[in-house]
Design a protein around this ligand. Structure first.
Ligand SMILES: [Zn+2]
Length: 81
């Protein structure tokens, strides 16, 4: 069943991570159409840090998605909450 494990590349930090039936080292964020590793996600649970905004906005635009409104702390939402 390990055939079901797939290797993905984080759209923010370019590191690879694995996604499979048991192992989930990252998340797919439908809001942005982005694959993000847990490390990037967990470092930005309040919203995307300003230095990552250009990247996450570019990803959303390349996927034809609208940029979400900023959250209560003025950051772009992380896409899951
Ligand atoms: Zn990452």
């Amino acid at each position: 069943m390990s055939d079901n494990v797939i290797n993905l590349t984080c759209d923010l930090c370019s590191k690879s991570f694995k996604m499979g039936p048991i192992l989930y080292q990252g998340k797919f964020l439908p809001t942005y159409g982005a694959n993000i590793c847990n490390r990037c996600y967990q470092g930005n649970t309040d919203g995307w840090a300003p230095h990552l905004e250009n990247k996450i906005i570019a990803i959303a635009k390349s996927n034809g998605l609208a940029i979400p409104e900023r959250n209560e702390v003025g950051l772009l939402p992380n896409g899951l909450s």
